[in-house]
Ligand binder design. Structure first.
Ligand code: GLN
Length: 557
């Protein structure tokens, strides 16, 4: 029978609830348990796919093509269970499902209410996420409830959790509450009052936390922990200090040292082997002791919010670990990148253009791709980054003046990137192939496989087949592939099903490392294995750095 741990948050948001949940899951997994994580989002949007990354951070894409909260990315980086569509749901999805049932008459004329109909639906979704009743059912599901206790929005989720614990009994459900203990500099004191109040709020709705994870900028002394225990009715061993650490991969060890996984196993009556944190310790030691460093220019639009590129930043760091290098990422605002400013790219060891939507800043990205191509700087273009590299090549090497994507210029003279419905034959008729036409205008989402051309850089990295996740609408226009290839661009991977362009690259003889990929490899990188594409990219950056004679500030060990 699956056991559940609900993780709630108090006082303020952004305390790292996702990392805390993932860390607990990792500890339980290291004890031999089968674990998953589920994220409940209190907003009304049906999924984060249409939400601005400014507001919401990155949209994480699962293998099965769901657009989910970025916390699912942390989950996949911390545990081995892969996330699916059912591991993340929003209030909007719950209401949609209940309203559909109501319209179908499933409630047989009853008054449909938040309690029990909405809260029952939530419990069904939680059980579904845990694989209940299927061979995939897990031993423990960690359920992270978005928002902060006391918000109107998340109240039904908390109520659903309380009902689940009532029905399942105290040995099957545990509650962990993440709270904030601020240091007040003027008084020279840590303050526990906000924690007392947030736990009061929880207890008001019938939830007594089993453990408190107390975030603070420093370690919380025992006398303060004792005070928190007294006021919150949480035994002192359950009051756990979670101080600021220099890498998120230290969090499992911090929690384990204070007995969190043991107390959850005791509470849930789970007899397991001891936790094994060896690989976490090795990872932390690699992160903390790089032998060298590289600096990558990331040319994008959401320059001031690195949450928009969470998985990408992590993938680059993982690749650094596997090259014993610290990876510094510098954001270059593509909106300000023009012919007068492009030379600033010369100081970087490699250039990366990440995914993106919309016209703003796109000419700057095209310029960055051109700079990388002409200056033999390693280039990795991801999704939009592949599209701009293709546009650049079309304009300057294939003599297709004015080449563009119809996303930015619907009437471009050469629509080298376009929706499939916009690809035109030589006679101007719109090409519609049966297997392609339904893709036009809709997002290509989730995992798809491609065949890789032998003898290419892509083949060196991936071997004969590449399977990666997607999130985009526009495609390299098949009508221009011959012209581009004649001009020297290599199309190194084509999707197996729809025969769409997946990877473009430059031959080794003309450029040391230049690649554009239509997919998002960053979603599949883990700290353990890294990701072959990013590992190869960072290696190329290190080689370029040596050749260009760029300085390093990390002393060789
Ligand atoms: N805007 C481009 C498209 O929709 C690229 C999307 C992306 O980079 N994720 O095809």
């Amino acid at each position: 029978m699956t056991k559940y741990v609900f993780v709630t948050g108090g006082v303020v948001s952004s305390l790292g609830k996702g990392i805390a949940s993932a860390s607990l899951a990792a500890l339980l997994e290291s004890r031999g348990l089968k674990v998953t994580l589920i994220k409940l989002d209190p907003y009304i949007n049906v999924d984060p796919g249409t939400m601005s990354p400014f507001q919401h951070g990155e949209v994480f894409v699962t293998d099965d093509g769901a657009e989910t909260d970025l916390d699912l990315g942390h989950y996949e980086r911390f545990i081995t269970t892969r996330m699916k569509r059912t591991n993340n749901f929003t209030t909007g999805q719950i209401y949609m499902s209940v309203l559909e049932k109501e319209r179908r008459g499933d409630y047989l004329g009853k008054t449909v209410q938040v309690i029990p109909h909405i809260t029952n639906e939530m419990q069904d979704f939680i059980r579904r996420g845990a694989g209940h009743g299927t061979p995939e059912a897990v031993d423990v599901a960690i359920v992270e409830i978005g928002g902060t206790v006391g918000d109107i929005e998340s109240l039904p989720f908390l109520e659903a959790a309380r009902q689940m614990s009532l029905k399942a009994g105290p040995t099957n459900v545990a509650f962990v509450h993440l709270t904030y203990v601020p240091w007040i500099a003027a008084a020279g004191e840590l303050k526990t009052k906000p924690t007392q109040h947030t736990v009061q709020k929880l207890r008001e709705i019938g939830i007594q936390p089993d453990a408190l994870l107390c975030r603070a900028d420093r370690r919380i002394p025992d006398d303060e922990r004792e005070k928190i225990s007294l006021f919150t009715n949480v035994p002192e061993y359950g009051v756990i200090s979670m101080w600021d650490v220099n890498t998120i991969y230290k969090v499992p060890r911090v929690l384990h040292e204070q007995g969190l996984d043991q107390m959850i196993c005791t509470k849930l009556q789970l007899n397991t082997k001891a936790a094994d944190l060896k690989r976490w310790d090795t990872l932390v030691s690699e992160v903390e002791n790089p032998k060298t460093e590289v600096t990558i220019a990331m040319c994008g639009k959401y320059t001031d919010l690195s949450d928009s590129y969470k998985s990408l930043n992590e993938a680059l760091r993982h690749a650094g670990i596997h090259n014993h290098a610290r990876v510094n990422i510098e954001y270059v605002d593509s909106e300000t990148l023009d012919a007068d400013h492009v030379d600033q790219l010369g100081k970087y060891d490699a250039i990366l253009v990440p995914g993106g939507f919309g016209k703003r800043g796109v000419e700057g990205k095209i310029l960055a791709a051109q700079y990388a191509r002409e200056h033999s700087t390693p280039y990795l273009g991801i999704c939009l980054g592949m599209q701009v590299a293709t546009i650049e090549y079309a304009r300057h090497k294939a003599h297709l003046a004015g080449a563009n994507s119809t996303e930015f210029e619907p009437d471009a003279p050469h629509k080298v990137i376009a929706l499939i419905d916009e690809w035109q034959d030589a006679d101007g008729s719109i090409q519609k192939r049966d297997e392609k036409s339904d893709l036009g205008g809709t997002m290509r989402l989730g995992a798809q496989s491609s065949d890789v051309k032998p003898g290419t850089l892509a083949h060196e990295i991936y071997g004969p087949v590449v399977t990666e996740r997607h999130r985009h609408r526009y495609e390299a226009n098949e009508q221009y592939l011959d012209a581009l290839q004649e001009a020297g661009l290599v199309i190194s991977a084509i999707t197996q099903r729809e025969k769409l362009t997946e990877i473009v690259e430059l031959p080794r003889e003309v450029h040391p490392w230049f690649m554009g990929v239509q997919f998002h490899p960053e979603f599949k990188s883990t700290p353990w294995d890294g990701h072959p594409l990013f590992i190869a990219f960072i290696k190329a950056a290190l080689e370029h750095k040596a050749k260009a004679g760029h300085a390093t500030s990390v002393k060789a060990a």
